[in-house]
Design a protein around this ligand. Sequence first.
Ligand code: PMP
Length: 440
Amino acid sequence: MNTTAPGANAAAETLSEEAVDALARAGGAPHAPAGRGAPHPHEALLSSRAANIKQSAVRDVFEISMQPGLVSLAGGNPYLQSLPLERLAATAAEIVAEHGLEALQYGGGQGTEELRTQICEVMAAEGILDADPENVVITAGSQSAQDVAAKVFCDPGDVILLEDPTYVGALNTFEAYEVDVQPVAGDEHGIIPSLLRERIAALQAEGKRIKLLYTIPNFNNPSGVMLAPERRQEIVDICREANILVLEDNPYGLLKFDGVLPEPLRAANPDDVLYLGSFSKIFAPGLRIGWALVPAHLKQRYYLASEAVTLCPPTLNQMLVSEYLRNYDWQGQIATYRALYAERCAALLEALDEFMPEGVSWTRPEGGFFVWLTLPEGIDTYPLLHEGIDAGVVFVPGAAFSAAEGPSSKLRLAFSAVPPGTLREGVRRLAPVLAKAIAA
Ligand code: PMP
């Protein structure tokens, strides 16, 4: 096997400055104006909300990782090559040719009734059997559904509890609403109910107003962890007692590699959980179609807030998803994705077993896209990114995924978009970087 990284060093030389620069901006002071010299007078016009919006470290790393010669274990992109692209192209053309006046026109703010009804069938596969299309609001991906949730429930200073680590896009969205994001610690089985209870009591004692618990119970991004089935009801009960709404984000639920899917928190708790779903991981993210299943008593408020942002979700894309669910083997496609990601995850775990130095541990996911590495305490993985690029491999440092301040000794590896041989090569390049940091 070729043990050198062809092109990696050349690419790294031209990239290191850029990488450091981008990451400094991503993690830097949010109020700092871009570029050098005196701030533009328009800086004074910005809302404090806008100043809170940070550049996503993941997106920065993602751009860097597109450079030739680098093995990117950074981007959690779905692997779309197995989609029937030609047939989809024909279907899209047919929709425009036969229903163009509808497909290119404004639609209802809640989304088409047809797709909302079909989404209830998808949710039945996810384990929610009682969803009513009336309570489904179609959104521009789960990302925009999170944004609407923060907008509907949170005033500046209100608390959203997040399992730690959590999805960086949710963190950025909530912070943009000047929410006080508060981490709740978990272990390899997800949020620990007793710690959640303690955290809520401590925050309430400080006089904080806690509105939401945001959680990704299935194959968390970034940790890959699945919340243990036996903890699920207790977590909802704790939140109900404290009058906290659970915001359950489940884009990876159907991507469990095998075995029975655990019941979503929403399944038995229709009034206590606002459930978010997405076609991004089970079909195609570029269509930007996700949804919220909203408790009936909150539906109207949520729907109006969503409509105020987008007027309506994209009509053509909704019609394409509807056709896909009606006439294609969407369950078979999910089975294909599952097998593919299972194979890649196994290859990554095998390479970690083979190459990682003493002192590094990692999660062993049962689904999703990500593995989460832990280095010995005190090692900051942020500066290691630079060294990783020099060695020809890119990852995402852990600090991006935490509401807690300060450095992180963790890092995220994504296996979804990378073939097994390249995953192995990426880990082979990463191992000496981590070994050196541990030895230092
Ligand atoms: N939630 C989680 C946990 C995610 O990982 C992502 C995307 N990586 C999203 C939401 C956003 O998904 P969407 O494309 O549906 O906006």
